[in-house]
Design a protein around this ligand. Structure first.
Ligand code: FO1
Length: 333
């Protein structure tokens, strides 16, 4: 895709909205191609849970570790060069060990829990961690209020991590709910940024739409601000050829009556997005999407893939802004 010189230099401001591993890959690409301080990442906290007496925020930590260069490159979650002494000691005690917590990772959970108990906000704590890790981007939890993703399955109600880690996404899901979303307050700076057209692009990263992006969109004020923002809003499809590269996105979409395809993704985000980035494999589907689309390589194996997709997203958003598509979206919803 052709790029304007200011975009090539990284002179845009971008809001990335994401969950864990898949979304964090694109967030890293954006972080690397933008000038320092130009990226804000709004992160899902629906996966947060209390475990072994600690407050765990898996998606926040994945984004912190990824942007801080601390993430384990194979798993995508947890820390590189991790040791597991505490986990081994827990197993020897027959304590709960289904959720793997490395020693360095544990330090983050212990300190976050201590500060929460002392009355600090999650956003304040995450901002402090980001500074400690030398990250020149804003990493913002979707809310300081608790929201918990719950899955109604053929094994009964499961919390997110029971479904995702303990049951490996195997139970059939009938419905997903987000306890606390109605009362949760959105970060004011994000609402102000969306309302004031502070972002040259808002990017819904290729995270699971039903599990990782929907908890964020369920906060009414955030959804409203996204739908109304004058900034271009795009999504990157997490499905390629009807399959998720990793995780249960396609399985869940089918179980919950959505088409597991780029058309299903476009329908899911309709009224919120001005454009959808799809993989070149899906380019023949572009005409049926009823939204502007950019076919490109969306599979991110290398660092270069992440940066190239990030540049494509920024350039596509600039093109949509020039065509004034954001106002068409507002008129249509
Ligand atoms: N995912 C797993 O599949 N198994 C684990 O034992 C596990 C532990 C874990 C610990 C800390 C952390 O930040 C993430 C962890 N994850 C683990 C990933 C996490 O469950 C998911 O990636 C997200 O919640 C979904 O985005």
């Amino acid at each position: 895709m052709t790029q304007r010189p200011d975009i090539a230099r990284g002179g845009s401001s971008v809001l990335a909205i994401c969950g864990g591993v898949g979304g964090a890959k694109l967030a890293l690409g954006l972080y690397r191609v933008l000038e320092p301080g130009r990226l804000t990442v709004l992160v899902n906290t629906g996966d947060d849970f209390e475990h072994l007496g600690l407050h765990i925020s898996p998606d926040i930590d994945t984004v912190l570790y990824t942007l801080g260069g601390l993430a384990d490159p194979e798993r995508g979650w947890g820390r590189r060069d991790e040791t597991w002494a505490c986990m081994e000691a827990l197993k020897a005690l027959d304590a709960e060990s289904w959720f793997l917590l490395g020693d360095k990772d544990l330090a983050v959970h212990i300190e976050r829990t201590r500060r929460l108990k002392a009355g600090e906000t999650l956003s304040g704590i995450v901002g402090g961690f980001a500074r400690h890790f030398g990250i020149a981007a804003e990493i913002v939890p979707m809310s300081d209020d608790p929201v918990r993703t719950l899955l109604d399955s053929d094994e009964g109600e499961l919390t997110f991590q029971q479904y995702f880690v303990a049951r490996q996404c195997q139970p059939k899901v009938h419905a997903i709910s987000f306890a606390g979303a109605e009362a949760a307050r959105a970060p004011q700076a994000i609402l102000d940024g969306l309302g004031g057209a502070a972002y040259d692009a808002v990017v819904l990263c290729p995270s699971n739409p039903l599990l990782s992006i929907d908890p964020i969109l369920r906060i009414e004020t955030l959804r409203g601000a996204l739908a109304a923002t004058p900034s271009p809003v795009i999504a990157v499809s997490p499905l390629v050829g009807g399959q998720a590269l990793k995780g249960p996105a396609a399985k869940l979409m089918k179980e919950l009556g959505h088409a597991a395809s780029v058309e299903g993704i476009a329908d899911h985000y309709r009224g919120l997005i001005d454009g959808l980035v799809i993989d070149t494999l899906d380019r023949d589907h572009a005409s049926g999407l009823r939204v502007a689309s950019l076919p490109t390589q969306t599979v991110m194996r290398s660092l270069e893939d992440r940066e190239r997709l990030a540049r494509d997203c920024i350039a596509f958003s600039a093109e949509l802004a020039e065509r004034r598509l954001p106002s068409a979206r507002r008129a249509g919803c």
